[in-house]
Design a protein around this ligand. Structure first.
Ligand code: SAM
Length: 240
């Protein structure tokens, strides 16, 4: 896979939908992350924009096997992804992050941890899902602490909203789960409403869940906890 070109160090708006769900940031990588990107991206990374077409992503050749696939949208610096993937060797993890330093950070964790079941995508995960992940191709989708977009006029940028829920659910196998978590109370309520309204999904709990033990505390979650925020998990299963 090609190294992300300078032009795509700042992820461009998606062609289909100009509403980004992430904040574009131009931040320098620093020498260690530059090196991780240079060394590991060609083997463990891919660019959503440059390396995927309109056909399905060939995850079998990517991972060298055909195992149940987990998509993580917005893996941040990747600490949680690396821990979850290490504990779950029978599934493959596609972690997609729009922010290049996060991609570099996870690449380093994957390479140094000797993980063979993680590939890291740079770019817009929704674009990848729309163009390159077929229906019923995912065993799980993880959306942990998505950008809260707290102002009402920005709610349309939220990742978890009815149209995106329908899109992500369509890519789940029957029996697959959509696991979301947030530390923003009003976003949690909106997530619960959107997920509960989807006729193909069923809540695995009544309302919200406490953090399940297999999901380590994420970096953004810890920031929220330090500010006194309450964390809510939601795990919905595709039932038909
Ligand atoms: C608030 S951070 C949380 C990161 C991590 N999950 C955690 O809990 O520490 C949200 C992340 O999602 C990423 N993001 C938001 N929308 C995205 C999208 N459509 N595709 C890829 N990454 C996205 C942002 O760049 C950001 O790094």
């Amino acid at each position: 896979m090609s190294l992300p070109s300078d032009a795509f160090r700042l992820v461009a708006a998606r062609p289909h939908d100009p509403l980004r769900t992430y904040h574009p940031r131009r931040s320098s990588l620093g020498p260690d992350r530059e090196e991780d990107l240079r060394v590991h991206f060609p083997f463990l990374g891919f660019s959503v924009h440059d390396d995927t077409g309109d056909g399905p992503l060939d995850t079998t050749s990517m991972f060298g096997r055909s195992a149940p696939l987990v998509l993580e949208i917005g893996s941040g610096m990747g600490e949680t992804t690396a821990v979850m993937a290490a504990a779950d060797p029978d599934r493959d993890y596609l972690a997609v992050e729009a922010h290049l330093p996060g991609v570099a950070s996870l690449l380093g964790l994957v390479a140094r941890g000797g993980l063979t079941n993680v590939r890291v995508g740079h770019g817009d995960a929704l674009d990848l899902v729309r163009r390159a992940l077929p229906t019923e191709s995912l065993d799980a989708v993880h959306v942990f602490f998505p950008d809260p977009w707290p102002k009402a006029r920005h709610h349309k940028r939220r990742l978890v909203q009815p149209s995106h829920v329908a899109l992500l659910r369509s890519r789940l196998v029957v029996g697959g789960v959509l696991h979301c978590a947030t530390d923003w109370v009003d976003y949690a309520d909106a997530m619960l409403e959107a997920l509960s309204a989807d006729p193909f999904l069923e809540n695995t709990s009544t309302g919200f869940l406490d953090r399940p033990p297999h999901r380590p505390v994420t970096k953004f979650e810890q920031r929220g906890l330090d500010l006194g925020h309450e964390v809510r998990d939601l795990v919905f299963r595709r039932v038909r």
